[in-house]
Design a protein around this ligand. Sequence first.
Ligand code: SF4
Length: 421
Amino acid sequence: MSYETEENADSLSFLLEDDRSLDTRLASIDASTASIIGRALEGIRPSVDEGAHLLTLRDNELSALVAAADEIRREDVGEVVTYVVNRNINWTNICFVGCKFCAFARYKNDEDAYERPMSAVLDKVQDAIDRDATEVCMQGGINPEMDGEGYFDILESIRARFPKIHIHAYSPMEIQYGARRMGMDYPEYIGILKEKGLDTIPGTAAEILDDEVREILSHKKLDVATWIRIIKTAHSLDIPTTSTVMYGHLETPMHIARHIDILREIQKDTGGFTEFVPLRFIWQNTQLYAEGRVAPIPQGQLDLAVYATSRLMLRGLIDNLQTSWVKLGHELSTLTLAAGCNDLGGTLMEESISREAGADAGEYTSVEELEAMIRRMGRIPRQRNTVYDLIDDPDGGHTKETKSYEIQHEGHAASGWSGSS
Ligand code: SF4
């Protein structure tokens, strides 16, 4: 599925053909909505209620929101759009957790269940390096036969052979499982992961940070408090993480706004998030869809509303807003660059999780394709590493406003922004 081929897609012609100025667009919408957006332009982040309202905007009002998010992106992070050359490695799809939104997991005796031997994992890391990747991104199912030390062993083996590759690995769910199996608390367990070679952690397994929704999506998954505890522990050990949300299933706008609010409160406290990545739910092959719990939500306007609202709500806290070509397809993800995004994610090289759920954007997007998508929007493509240092940057190394990534433990604000709230 992609925006290019999806029948169930909103027309965005109202937006693409709108050449009115931001001021004119704001003047054409409801005054209280214009006031929320106007204050965000001045540096006052929308409240949770206001964010939930922005997420519902469509058509002409969405056009104003998108233009404002684009303006804020321009002011805060400039015209550069970054990407990372990375390789996903999913070493096992065996999982007992049973998330209803997941089409990737298999039970041990399923015909297509797999658990890659270490030699195969190392071959994939070598392949990543041969293809100039700076990062391997590793996540797997929660395999009941893997003990907590298994996570250490993988890191140790990779690090022994590849001392320089950046290892971005293990969702908070995997960390909860590993720590439990080892009978360790999170600081001890994550500290050992770091010693063994872990560099950064994906802020996945977040889905929607609301326990009632999580109970429906996956009642065996870690709860909100545990997700926050693991993320904050990682940050306290100077391990940056990404942050994500999964939208477009059975959540309400208020759930998304509250979720973003949780992230910004963590970020104020730790400064440990490198980026925020809204991830559209891919419904086709999931249990949630088979059970009739979700109806496909049209692609297009919802996605732009989520990205644009995220840019406003996270202003001054998380500068890097990543779009997902895997979830949205190349055409729509390119358009989201005009709705506040400044990062196009990674080349990936291998992608099973979205593909098995029904996404058809492919498993690999080359550097040339990523750069062409960015240039199509009149922006400047630049390769970065996992923590947003620019690669081969003639000016010295960092994205416009994001200095080399260091977690600040006392009060964090993204640089280059002086707003309040
Ligand atoms: S999302 Fe992760 S934890 Fe949930 S079923 Fe899929 S692989 Fe398992």
